[in-house]
Design a protein around this ligand. Structure first.
Ligand code: PEP
Length: 249
């Protein structure tokens, strides 16, 4: 059985007070969930989140990291700094990082390699833009993103990878891939991994869907055979909504 995961990407939201309030509420509501539950606050709130969640099964991830080990990179944060505050999961390749901060496949490949070298778990995001979907190029685009960043990895490292397919046109737009569209592309992704790395990697790999997942659509999306949970943006900022999504697994 593959691990089910629901991760909340808080983006640049929630100061200390809001972090504390949201996490206390999630802790109170999180009885026995069937999914691994992960939250990704801003860098400045990581240590606080780790501390608040130390007696809880809710895990903490960073939203990003730099591709370099250390050095003259003003304003940046390294993998070892993130590990140093007790966080060993990192989101890499979010579409906002790709589009707003020009993160290329090359940089993302370096980030993945460094995170794995630091023994971190990587939530690797990828997905096509609306123009690709409209022109029927989405399978090709997604294959290219995956192959460039992840196909040179040793098969043994895949136990540290979680994939998050996030069609850019569905992120923060209120528009979601239909359950059928999600299943079709998740099955394609799993078959690419199967061809390259074999059955044991592909059958145990968690592939999350992200893009306007809400309490009212989560169940149908999560019930698709190749969808193993979700990466949630907007709805992860509200405890009731996030828990409803976690409980939709
Ligand atoms: C995201 O940012 O990864 C995301 C899926 O956002 P939203 O759920 O708001 O579309």
């Amino acid at each position: 059985m593959r691990t089910k995961i629901v991760a909340g990407n808080w983006k640049m939201n929630n100061d200390s007070l809001a972090t504390s309030a949201l996490l206390q509420e999630l802790k109170r509501m999180n009885q026995i969930s069937k999914a691994r539950m992960i939250v990704a606050p801003a860098y400045t709130q990581l240590a606080q989140a780790v501390n608040l969640l130390k007696d809880s099964s809710i895990e903490v991830a960073a939203q990003n990291m730099n591709a370099e080990v250390s050095g003259a990179f003003t304003g940046e944060v390294s993998a070892s700094m993130i590990k140093g505050v007790g966080v060993s999961i990192v989101i890499i390749g979010h579409s906002e990082r790709r589009s707003l901060y020009s993160e290329t496949d090359k940089v993302l490949t370096e980030k993945v390699a460094l995170a794995l070298h630091e023994n971190m778990e990587v939530i690797f995001c990828f997905g096509e833009e609306l123009s690709h979907r409209k022109s029927g190029q989405h399978f090709e685009v997604v294959s290219h993103q995956l192959k460039t960043a992840l196909f040179d990895l040793d098969a043994s490292l895949w136990k540290k990878i979680i994939l998050a397919y996030e069609p850019v046109w569905a992120i923060g737009t209120g528009e979601t891939a239909s359950p059928k569209q999600a299943q079709e592309i998740h099955a394609h992704i799993r078959s690419l991994i199967h061809q390259k790395f074999g059955e044991s990697v592909s059958s145990s790999l968690s592939i999350l869907y992200g893009g306007s997942v809400k309490p009212n659509n989560a169940k149908e999306i999560f019930s698709q055979p190749d969808v193993d949970g979700g990466l949630i943006g907007g709805a992860s900022l509200n405890a009731n909504e996030f828990m409803a999504i976690v409980n939709a697994i």
